[in-house]
Design a protein around this ligand. Structure first.
Ligand code: AMP
Length: 138
């Protein structure tokens, strides 16, 4: 059976640079930062993806992300920060244990320089919205 690195960190069997912890959530510095102060916030219990987290775990995860974002950014004199959560390999998820990145940003730092935005052709936004709303009813 393969082990999950964030489960191991949560259980204290793999070291981390810990920032905050409570009964449900742990926050520590990312070992491969894309900016100084790059932080990960994880539920201690294992869930592969965000939508699999029970609502109370999600609420606590969100609360801790909000609680930490400004102190993390201020510690490295950042001008802003990104909050990012990758789900599935197509979306760049490498560690299959839910985690939220807090990424401090400085003006002109070049991180996430390009956001490949485009425009919907007529009717497409409405058609997609309709499908999403049908899925909500399930
Ligand atoms: P993601 O691509 O969203 O799955 O991001 C996984 C993140 O986990 C990467 O930014 C890694 O640098 C980070 N990471 C992997 N192993 C560790 C570890 N042992 N301690 C801290 N961060 C880690």
């Amino acid at each position: 059976m393969s082990t999950c690195v964030f489960c191991e960190i949560s259980a204290g069997r793999i070291p981390c640079t810990k920032l905050y912890e409570n009964e449900h959530v742990l926050a520590f510095l990312d070992i491969g930062p894309i900016s100084d102060g790059h932080t990960l916030v994880v539920p201690k219990a294992h869930y592969d993806r965000l939508h699999q987290c029970p609502p109370d775990v999600l609420a606590e995860l969100g609360r801790v992300v909000g609680f930490l974002a400004e102190p993390v950014a201020r510690a490295v004199q950042a001008d802003g920060y990104n909050v990012l959560n990758n789900n599935g390999s197509a979306a760049g998820q490498v560690v299959e244990h839910v985690h939220v990145h807090i990424i401090p940003r400085k003006t002109g730092d070049g991180v996430f320089d390009r956001w490949p935005a485009y425009k919907y052709p007529p009717g497409k936004a409405e058609a997609i919205a309709e499908k999403i709303k049908k899925n909500l009813a399930r």
